[in-house]
Design a protein around this ligand. Structure first.
Ligand code: SAM
Length: 237
């Protein structure tokens, strides 16, 4: 078993294999998005703020990307304790694929949570499309969730509204998630001392949330610059 409370600089496909079966209480993750269909990428890729993460991740096709996610989720299922749960961020164009993947690997799909970004990247007017102001989080569990730190019924909607990550919290990671969309779900689905896994740590938001909430964490990130951002943020908690 790997040492806890560390982010490892390696592909999660290799790293996850070093985690014991049934040892993780909560998977909380935000994989690289395969956000744009090929024809859109051509139109958008010269725009400096458009993230085409799959390009630097080397995915050649949508099928290859989905196969990769399925392999990661199979490992996540193996390491999740019975009664453990998970949340996975995705774009609205992929949510139905993700639902199928989580069920295929053995999890129970529970709900899609909708995050409304109050300050999304503006629509690209020349393409006459709406702003991408929604992201989804697929909630799943291995059997019936053993932890459910119920809040007031009005706080338990499958909808959350916050701005994208800004201000002091923001690093130079292009798709950093705000703590505000992570902390509530870690609070509900894990307890102090539990182990939270994020195979795609990026700038370390899951680890920072876990540390603030006195959970243990473990995770992977392939980009050394992002790992540095994460370690810097963790040092400040
Ligand atoms: C959407 S970002 C995660 C952002 C993170 N939630 C945050 O708030 O900073 C996905 C991350 O996965 C990393 N990544 C891509 N492929 C990976 C792999 N095979 N193993 C580990 N990390 C990977 C990318 O470098 C990127 O930082």
């Amino acid at each position: 078993m790997l040492e806890l409370n560390k982010i490892y600089l390696e592909s999660c496909l290799d790293g996850l294999k070093k985690i014991d079966d049934d040892s993780v209480d909560l998977v909380f993750t935000d994989p690289p998005y395969y956000q744009f269909r090929a024809k859109n990428v051509k139109a958008l890729k010269n725009h400096k703020d458009v993230v085409t993460e799959f390009e630097f991740d080397g995915y050649r096709s949508e099928e290859e990307y989905l196969q990769f996610l399925e392999e990661v989720m199979m490992e996540c299922y193996r390491v999740t304790k019975p009664g453990g749960a998970g949340y996975l961020f995705c774009g609205d164009d992929f949510v139905s694929y993700i639902n199928r993947i989580v069920e295929k690997v053995g999890y129970n799909f529970r709900k899609v949570i909708h995050w409304h970004k109050t300050n999304p990247f503006p629509a690209i007017y020349t393409r006459k499309m709406y702003a991408n102001s929604m992201e989804m989080m697929v909630h799943f569990s291995k059997g019936t969730p053993k932890t459910w730190n119920h809040k007031h019924v009005n706080e338990m909607h499958n909808f959350i509204q916050t701005p994208i990550c800004m201000g002091k919290e923001r690093t130079k990671h292009k798709t950093q998630k705000p703590l505000k969309v992570c902390v509530p779900y870690l609070e509900i689905s894990s307890n102090e001392g539990d182990l939270v896994l994020d195979p795609f740590m990026g700038s370390g938001t899951t680890a920072v949330a876990a540390k603030k909430l006195k959970r243990n964490f473990i995770g992977f990130e392939m980009n050394p610059t992002y790992l540095e951002f994460a370690e810097g943020r963790l040092a400040e908690v």
